[in-house]
Design a protein around this ligand. Sequence first.
Ligand code: NI
Length: 169
Amino acid sequence: MPVRPIVTFGDARLRLPGAPVTRFDRELGRLLDDMVETMRAAPGAGLAAQQVGLALQLCVIEVRHRLYEIANPRIVHVSGEEDAWEGCLSLPERRALRRRAEHAVMVGQDRHGRRVTVSGHGELARAIQHEYDHLQGVLYTDGLPQGAEILTEDELAERLARDDEATVD
Ligand code: NI
């Protein structure tokens, strides 16, 4: 069962905090393989277990062609701030301007239970924070300021084109 259906916003399974991963066996390896395939097929920069309907502390991230598989993650450092248009595979074709730490460091375990550290800036830092939130049952739209807009990809493209014109006068 390679590519799995992605659970979308409104589904209660996205709100379940994940239980710790305790068995680093072949079954976990198969689940991670499926999560990677599902993320790549979407395509997206990250996927949490909740998004394939499982309440587990498990996520995958792929940014700039580097793949990370992390079980039982903790965020041990954040610094800086950055606003960027963020999206989620569970709310397809939508983006919202979301403030995140510019740098983040996550520690956890790989599929064999070995300790892994993921340290990143910009897009990778954003993915670290976004996926960590999913594992607690938190969605990126939860952290938006009052009145923040959630745009479709088309609306965002128009908005950015208009902003470009506005700055070229
Ligand atoms: Ni997401």
